[in-house]
Design a protein. Structure first.
Length: 300
């Protein structure tokens, strides 16, 4: 393979072996450190599943992308598929009740205006090779911001429910009270995008920049495209966060109410040797106490 992409990362058996080792390491570290909410192996299984799914999905997309990029009907279908998967993923991460589908609103509210602006100004052509990567990056950024803003907002409203009640007692309507409490938490969803934009070129070279270089573009053009992507992402994510906060404040996206009893804490495991030593110590203490009592009675 003599292309520019082969110089970066050749696709061969060595790559497959390295990927398998890295995935196994990620699963092992997650399992051994018990990095899960219940200190079990749930996250380790998720890491394994995510890695395997990524391999299968990228293989399918790699095969289908040639047809989608040049098909007038395949392009919109593929874009809608990306959007639907993003909505479902974000909805499941934010809440487990029936309001998950409302996450479609912030994702669309951020992505659609940006894509329309790009198409109307002619910066992006209506072709699969241009629309798929640009739209995919924007949908992914909106999905991430929606998930982070939704989870953070619902969590802080649950923890600071008393402050919401106090704001209602002071005369605020419920929407305003919830916004005042959740706004700062929702704003944390912008931090990853901000850090990526601040450190671009100094810490990492993002995918759009590298892809343009591998495609034969000069560094100035690649840098301009990457700048456009980063600025567009910040706009998309800001809109997604605002809309998510508004939906949560208006109780369109809610957390499921749980009436179940919390799980009983696990009893620590105690070795039998420790129990025997404890019993022997207690028995010795009782014997010494009894002898001391007999001496005291004899002396009196």
């Amino acid at each position: 393979m003599t292309t520019a992409s082969a110089a970066l990362l050749p696709v061969n058996a060595t790559l497959a072996w390295v990927l398998a080792v890295l995935l196994a390491a990620a699963v092992a570290v997650t399992a051994l450190a018990r990095l899960a909410p219940d200190q079990g192996s749930a996250r380790a299984r998720e890491v394994l599943t995510a890695g395997l799914r990524a391999a299968v999905q990228l293989a399918v997309v790699s095969v289908a992308i040639g047809w989608v990029a040049h098909s007038p009907t395949g392009l919109p279908a593929f874009l809608l598929l990306m959007y639907a998967v993003a909505v479902r993923t974000a909805g499941r991460r934010v809440t487990s009740d029936g309001t998950w589908w409302w996450t479609a609103v912030p994702i669309a509210a951020g992505v659609v205006p940006a894509v329309v602006l790009l198409l109307s100004t002619g910066l992006v052509e209506v072709t699969g090779i241009a629309m798929i990567p640009v739209t995919g990056i924007l949908i992914g950024g909106a999905m991430t911001a929606t998930v982070l803003a939704g989870r953070q907002s619902l969590a802080v409203l649950r923890m600071r429910h008393g402050e919401v009640e106090a704001a209602l007692a002071l005369g605020l309507v419920e929407r305003d009270a919830r916004v005042e409490i959740a706004r700062s938490a929702a704003s944390e969803a912008l931090v990853p995008g901000l850090d990526q934009t601040r450190t671009v070129g100094l810490v990492t070279l993002p995918g759009a920049f590298v892809g343009m270089l591998l495609g034969g573009a000069d560094p100035i053009t690649a840098g301009a495209v990457q700048l456009f992507v980063l600025v567009a992402l910040m706009a998309v994510q800001a809109v997604a966060v605002v809309v998510t906060l508004e939906l949560i404040a208006r109780a369109r996206i809610t957390a499921p109410s749980s009436h179940e009893k919390p799980p009983a804490p696990r009893r620590p495991r105690v070795s039998w040797s420790f129990v025997r030593r404890r019993q022997e110590t207690t028995s010795s203490d009782r014997t010494r106490t009894a002898e001391s009592g007999r001496r005291t009675r004899r002396g009196s």
